[in-house]
Design a protein around this ligand. Structure first.
Ligand code: NAD
Ligand code: ZN
Length: 382
């Protein structure tokens, strides 16, 4: 597997019949936002949803790109952070879009990370019974995961992402250069999702990551930006293929949740705070999923789990309870969080387990007692 050595962006197609769209990935592609939108929706009015951090860096450039293509734009800036995926900001953004006189045929633009993509996408799914929208993901997590596939949502007081819709964008524009100003910790957390693509379904990609991860982090104008572009394209291609086969997650799409059952429990245990970012929780969750597969089910050689842990740790990601600062919940509390996250069917839990690197599968018959014993052992090691 070699990284591209060209300067044209990489285009990945999401094949969903009439709702098909392109993911355009490349260094500096944000400058082509207007031209690409004008080609898809000539004369459309546009409305940008973004957050304060992203606006500071990229709103002027995005608005200028739209103006150069003769497109009118207005915007709303919400506070950064998960708190904006709320009823309050959902209402504000809906009202602002209507006040900006967006009609059917006009376009919303989500300029930001997964929070903005989920919020703006959900607003677009309901305003005037559905407006088209474009995703301009600005975090690594959003570029490889949340901007692709059409899942949109805000949070309920009962849990994250409980109010939402499937609403596919008409274009995803992933500029690899915007990641140069993303805080390192956010970049690293997003990298956990990149590694996930290798771990659940692409062993060759995982090997490539083991060799090339530093280049992906380096980015910039160096050869690193090609490694970064290549990695993002591999992830998007994998997600696009899965979404094309299973848009509404009735089966295979669940493989993208590798590490997420343990991960979500850890995230919830840390109160969805800065103590543990989503990607950090997923790194620990994937390490636990490999160890659980190795130790409780005997599915995967221990050396394979050790290899996963070695790579995640090398990058600086947490790989277990020992890497999570502060107090942790008891086994009972963890089991409760796991049961809340996952539907329990006939007393059994559904987990994404592995037979090896790149060989994940959906296992609907995991005995909660087995999980409890495993977690007790892991907590005792801390
Ligand atoms: N829809 C899906 O399929 C899906 C999948 C995974 C995650 N998600 C959702 O994504 C959200 C997390 O997304 P995220 O990790 O991108 O978080 P985020 O959107 O909160 O972004 C993280 C931080 O980085 C800042 N930021 C964004 N881009 C920047 C840039 N280029 N330079 C500097 N700062 C920048 C943001 O302001 C924020 O403070 C969660 O709400 C999660 O539920 C959705
Ligand atoms: Zn995730």
């Amino acid at each position: 597997m070699t990284a591209p050595i060209h300067t044209d962006p990489t285009v990945v197609k999401v094949a969903l019949d009439a709702r098909s769209y392109d993911i355009v990935i490349g260094h500096g592609v944000l400058a082509s936002l207007g031209a690409r939108i004008a080609a898809l929706r000539p004369g459309a009015k546009t409305f940008i949803v973004t957050d304060e951090n992203v606006a500071r860096h990229f709103l002027p450039g995005a608005a200028a790109a739209l103006a150069r293509a003769g497109l009118e734009s207005s915007h709303i800036i919400v506070p950064p952070g998960e708190g904006s995926k709320s009823y309050r900001f959902f209402e504000q953004v809906c009202e602002a879009m209507i006040a900006a006189r967006l009609e059917r045929g006009d376009l919303a633009i989500a300029l930001g990370g997964g929070v903005i993509g989920d919020l703006a996408g959900f607003v677009a799914s309901v305003v005037r019974r559905g407006l088209d929208y474009v995703q301009v993901p600005t975090t690594l997590l959003a570029q490889v995961d949340s901007s692709v596939g059409g899942k949109t949502a805000i949070d309920s007081s009962h849990g994250k992402n409980l109010i939402g819709a499937f609403h596919q964008p008409i274009l995803v524009l992933a500029d690899t250069a915007v990641l140069d100003v993303l805080p390192k910790r956010e970049f690293r957390a997003g990298y956990a999702e990149v590694a996930k693509y290798g771990l659940f379904g692409d062993a060759a990609f995982f090997s490539w990551l083991e060799t090339n991860w530093r280049e992906i982090f380096a980015g910039g104008n160096s050869s690193g930006s090609f490694a970064r572009e290549h990695a993002i394209a591999v992830c998007c291609r994998a997600k696009a293929a899965i979404v094309a086969r299973d848009e509404r997650e009735t089966g295979e799409r669940a493989l993208l949740n590798l590490g997420h059952t343990f991960g979500h429990a850890l995230e919830a245990a840390c109160g969805f705070s800065d103590r543990l970012l989503h990607g950090e929780a997923i790194a620990a969750g994937m390490a636990l999923a490999f160890e659980f597969s190795a130790r409780r089910q005997g599915l995967v050689p221990k050396a394979e789990a050790a290899r996963v842990i070695r790579h995640l740790a090398e990058v600086g990601l947490p790989t277990g309870f020992k890497d999570i600062p502060g107090p942790l919940p008891s086994v009972d509390q963890l089991m409760q969080l796991i049961a809340q996250d996952k539907k329990v069917k006939r007393g059994m839990l559904t987990f994404i387990l592995v037979r090896g690197i790149g060989a994940a599968f959906i296992e609907a018959g995991v005995d909660p007692r087995e999980v409890r014993v495993f977690l007790s052992e892991k907590l005792a090691e801390r």
